[in-house]
Design a protein around this ligand. Structure first.
Ligand code: GLA
Length: 394
């Protein structure tokens, strides 16, 4: 299993890197986690429900105010330092990772009138990059937490999530929903977060049975395709809702979809069927978890995967191999359920497994994956972790 430094270790490493780089101690340290979604995929931008949790992998920023014109950011991950302007202007010359940071400065300034002061910072992270575990949301939310600490001005947690979503839209040009940024801001340790993406209300669902673990397995592939699949799916959902005569697919039902089947082409029908079914599965999974009905949770997770694979078409052969390998081990051997998680086309699967078998299950799935694909997968288990936090501020 893949081990990562604890938050405490990562914090110490980041503080030490700051002092070495900038020659004085950091006065502020903040952290924000990545997330994994247990169920409710591609439902957030359809006003539906999602059921993510924060993972025990964090992006940490150690910082201190400074003089000068621009923020100076050193990334321990890419081992480079960049000057990031704090005032409005062209950002196209900035390297990709700094655009998320810059997107947050812009969102706080343009939407809230909160101007980030000049500072120096070191960025470090234990969130695997580009694996569908929201490393970019973790960076945005950590930056927002830093901006609020530096200025002493804060917005509500929901507003903070929305400003970070805006930063992602601007920084990466991906029209993502609210799940990733809301998870990084709002999740609490020991809980899944049932988020109603229409009302933006949350309900925390306890997930602290010591006999059950959340296992994440990374395919270690990312299919670039043409890059526009996410926006394309989003567009197809909007068109399907329009044809069905509803404001969003949240307001549609299976019976309405069946009734109007002839007015939709096959692709739009299947996209809508995924979203409508997935919203129902997410609500059902949250109640099944509350009553520890693990068989039902497992069934819903596999159904979610099949729907994402066949109707929504965002899976890929590598994700399917991992889910299939988990399903073959089945409940007898401690696997409760498994599915792809996040946007798709690579990245990770999430599985629920019995704690006493977690190591052997991870090993068996990774062995099978290597045998079938020739690629090494990486696995780690994580408790539901705490959302963004200020670690030091003086
Ligand atoms: C990405 C997006 C999220 C969400 C998921 C799919 O992670 O950033 O908003 O749409 O894909 O569920």
């Amino acid at each position: 299993m893949d081990r990562a430094p604890s938050l405490a270790t990562l914090t110490e490493q980041t503080k030490a890197a700051f002092e070495k780089r900038f020659g004085r101690p950091a006065s502020i340290v903040v952290a924000a986690p990545g997330r994994v979604n247990l169920i409710g995929e591609h439902t957030d931008y359809n006003d539906g429900f999602v059921l993510p949790m924060a993972i025990d992998r964090y992006t940490v920023l150690a910082a201190d105010e400074s003089r000068g014109e621009t923020a100076r950011l050193y990334s321990s991950l890419v081992e480079e330092q960049q000057d990031v302007p704090l005032s409005a202007g062209d950002v196209s010359f900035l390297p990709a990772w700094t655009r998320y940071v810059r997107g947050v400065f812009d969102a706080y300034r343009d939407e809230e009138g909160i101007q980030t002061p000049v500072f120096d910072a070191v960025v470090n992270s234990s969130v695997p990059l580009g694996s569908g575990l929201s490393s970019s949301a973790a960076l945005e939310v950590a930056t927002a937490t830093l901006v609020e600490t530096l200025t002493g001005k804060s917005v509500s947690p929901v507003r903070k999530g929305l400003l970070c979503q805006l930063a992602e839209h601007r920084g990466a040009g991906v029209p993502c929903g609210i799940m990733d940024q809301f998870s990084s801001v709002l999740c609490t340790a020991g809980h899944l977060m049932l988020l109603d993406c229409r009302s933006q209300e949350t309900k925390m669902v306890p997930m602290n049975d010591p006999g059950i673990q959340v296992l994440i397995i990374n395919t270690n592939v990312k299919h670039e395709l043409t890059g526009g699949e996410y926006a394309e799916r989003r567009g197809q959902c909007e068109s399907a809702a329009k044809i069905l005569g509803v404001p969003s697919l949240r307001e549609a039902s299976t019976s309405l979809l069946e009734e109007r089947k002839s007015s939709l082409d096959d692709v739009h029908f299947r996209r809508a069927r995924h979203v409508i079914g997935e919203i129902e599965r997410t609500i059902a999974a949250a109640s099944a978890i509350e009553t520890s009905n693990w068989d039902e949770v497992g069934r819903l997770m596999y159904a979610s995967h099949e729907s994402l694979r066949d109707d929504y078409e965002v899976s890929c052969p590598e994700l399917d191999v991992l889910v299939q390998a988990a399903a073959e081990l089945d409940t007898e051997q401690g696997v409760i359920g498994s599915r792809m998680t996040g946007g798709g086309f690579g990245g990770c699967t999430v599985s629920l497994v019995r704690t006493d078998a977690v190591e052997s299950i991870a090993q068996a799935i990774c062995d099978r994956y290597l045998e079938q694909t020739g690629i090494e997968a990486t696995a780690f288990a994580t408790p539901p972790a705490q959302g963004a936090m200020v670690i030091t501020s003086n």
